[in-house]
Design a protein around this ligand. Structure first.
Ligand SMILES: Cc1ncc(COP(=O)(O)O)c(C=O)c1O
Length: 271
């Protein structure tokens, strides 16, 4: 039900199947394989003035991630648009981060997938405005990306390694961690693609480095604003660097401060 006009602003709303409410209250069955095993996939989409940004591209990757995990196909555009409209009507939020999750659904205890999985979808919608604030990073010693990891190019629900890397950064007084791959090359951030600018050209590691095929990264490649190139094991002081994902574009040094917002808006404008 939409909010009455006098209600205080809501910062987030969630749904699971037909339940709606605050994210702390909406429940997922304990037999769900996404909850128990990380056996599912997700997307996070920026919503501006009620309009999803790069939705088609996100839904394509959702489908591709589901295929990689051999899940049933996730809900399509009409269902996602309907959830978004209801989330906006119920919360009053127009600028936010929409997260949609798709798991293999429920099963018995253990790893063996059900023979005919039905899948389960749930989601959250949080208030969010893109952030461009300077971000201090370390290079993680605990976590690396493995280029042959079958899940590397899948946006799976399992973010355990990235959580470890982010905690490692926070313990050292930094905001985030960059991850090397098993070849010792810079690969990505804990929840973003890494871009460095060399001689005026944005560069990002190729997919074979083990990074996630980010939607914003793909947008930049298509526009020839970004080129793929393997990076060395550390950032260079004189090269602007940013962490880019669908929600934010965070500069990693002074040289990137003025460039990050411009890059982000350019990629979205051209969509
Ligand atoms: C590990 C990782 N790499 C890259 C990205 C950027 O992807 P996108 O541009 O699709 O948000 C994300 C986004 O969450 C991520 O978690």
């Amino acid at each position: 039900m939409p909010l009455p006009k006098s209600a205080p602003p809501v910062e987030a709303i969630a749904w699971c199947e037909s339940q709606w409410g605050h994210p702390d209250e909406v429940a997922l069955p304990l037999s769900d394989r996404g909850l128990a095993l990380g056996d599912g996939v997700f997307e996070t989409v920026l919503i501006r003035q009620g309009t999803p940004q790069l939705l088609r591209e996100h839904l394509q990757r959702w489908l591709m991630s589901a295929k990689l995990l051999e899940l049933p196909p996730p809900p399509g555009e009409a269902a996602v648009q309907a959830w978004l409209s209801e989330a906006i009507a119920r919360s009053g939020i127009k600028d936010g981060a929409l997260r949609i999750n798709w798991s293999r659904g429920s099963s018995n205890r253990g790893l063996i997938p059900p023979r005919t999985p039905i899948g389960r979808c749930w989601g959250t919608f949080h208030m969010h405005h893109p952030r461009f604030q300077p971000t201090k990073v370390i290079i993680s010693k605990q976590v690396r990306r493995w280029s042959d990891d079958p899940l590397a190019s899948c946006k799976s629900l399992n973010y355990g390694a990235q959580v470890l890397a982010r905690s490692e950064a926070l313990r050292q007084g930094a905001d985030d961690a960059l991850l090397l791959n098993t070849e010792g090359e810079l690969c990505c951030g804990s929840s973003a693609n890494l871009l460095v600018q060399r001689s005026g050209q944005w560069l990002t590691p190729p997919i074979r480095s083990g990074c996630l095929p980010g939607v914003m990264r793909a947008q930049g490649l298509e526009l020839n604003v970004i080129k793929e190139e393997a990076l060395s094991s550390s950032l260079r002081e004189d090269e602007p660097a940013v962490l880019l994902n669908s929600l934010d574009c965070r500069p990693l040094n002074n040289q990137a401060k003025l460039l990050s917002r411009r890059l982000f808006e350019q990629l979205l404008r051209s969509a």
